[in-house]
Design a binder for this molecule. Structure first.
Ligand code: KG4
Ligand code: ZN
Length: 339
């Protein structure tokens, strides 16, 4: 079964062709990072304008790269949430219009679930359950028990900032370019992760929940002084920035790894699947491997950590297998979807 996946939840316009949920025949991503850099974050109206211009060319390119015309595809999968409302509507309406005019099955998928599926799609033969899913993106930080593809229980999530958001905000405080995650990771390579004793937040009576706002404020006061706000001038020199980046990154990532591993032990997880933009971080991958050699950890392959449509097409196939039918064209865009 050949699925065209479409992704437009935030600032990437993407389309991909995937066979049987795992064989990626094409994977096209038009990123707007350079456009939003100027604003230090995603500017929703501008993101929408670019989605409108890019969506059909990106879909055409995905078909062309897979050496196909639309007559070869069986269905269209779309991420209908969570995300920015305007951005979601553009992808959703394109998917509905094409499925209607091309007479293809129409399948809506959850973008966050697709981030987890990205870590599974290369090894569908070897999946064991229950497993632990760890979602680490710009908008979500979540631990879930995976009982099978499509069946999850949430174990923990963030009570304030998402991990990617914390990286982006700390990077902005340090005057580093957007997106902050890769900027912090790069600078941290030269720094001493033990120079500053930053501590991540603990949530009372919720050992698997996360809180990053206290850590973020601690970094702010350390680099700009007590009572500072994010517009206050930096009190540290460029050399010190690398130690701040390394210490912040170590504190945040160790918290994620420690909570993930104790959750995995508690649920008797056979495997751990980690997805979302922050899963691109090499230090995170190193820490997981260093702290746990008994439970296998799986990561998205190259190009599948950040937002992409291959994970949408792959999960769309699985959803179709589970439901044995497509979704209604009345499916709505949802800025939040309970998991
Ligand atoms: O999953 P994603 O592409 O979009 C959302 O669904 O949110 O994640 C984007 C987030 C951004 O906050 C970005 O700073 C972060 O992922 N990120 C990273 C790295 N690469 C991207 N964070 C830490 N280290 C990285 N290498
Ligand atoms: Zn995402």
């Amino acid at each position: 079964m050949i699925i065209l996946g479409i992704e437009s939840t935030c600032d990437e316009t993407a389309a991909a062709i995937v066979k049987d949920g795992h064989e990626i025949l094409s994977n096209v991503i038009s990123s707007q990072v350079d456009i939003h850099k100027e604003f230090g974050g995603v500017f929703p109206e501008i993101a929408c304008r670019h989605h409108i211009n890019n969506i059909l060319p990106v879909i055409d390119e995905a078909l062309k790269n897979a050496n196909m015309t639309h007559s070869s595809i069986d269905g269209i999968a779309i991420a209908h949430g969570p995300g920015l409302m305007g951005a979601l509507l553009i992808g959703l309406h394109a998917a509905k219009a094409l499925s209607l005019s091309w007479k293809k099955k129409f399948i809506g998928v959850n973008h966050i679930e697709a981030h987890l599926y990205a870590a599974m799609m290369g090894r569908l033969e070897d999946l064991l359950f229950p497993s632990l899913g760890v979602v680490l993106s710009g908008g979500h930080t979540m631990l879930v028990q995976i009982d099978s593809i499509g069946h999850y229980h949430r174990i923990g999530s963030t009570v304030d900032d998402a991990i990617g958001e914390a990286f982006d905000k700390v990077a902005a405080m340090l005057g580093l370019p957007y997106p902050g995650g890769p900027s912090i990771e790069k600078l941290a390579k030269e720094g001493d992760p033990q120079k500053y004793a930053f501590k991540p937040g603990m949530v009372k009576n919720s050992p698997f929940d996360f809180s990053f706002s206290g850590l973020k404020t601690k970094v702010l006061y350390t680099i700009k002084g007590q009572q500072a706000n994010r517009h206050s001038p930096l009190l540290i020199d460029d050399d010190e920035k690398k130690h701040i980046a390394a210490s912040f990154q170590r504190a945040a990532l160790e918290d994620i790894v420690n909570k993930s591993l104790s959750a995995a032990t508690q649920i008797g997880a056979h495997q751990i699947f980690i997805g979302g933009g922050v899963s691109n971080n090499r230090e995170l991958r190193r820490l997981f491997a260093e702290k746990c050699s008994t439970i296998p950890q799986f990561w998205p392959s190259a190009g599948l950590s950040l937002d992409n449509a291959a994970m949408i097409a792959g999960l769309g196939y699985q959803k179709f297998l589970l439901q044995q039918e497509g979704d209604s064209l009345s499916l709505r865009a949802q800025t939040r979807i309970p998991f």
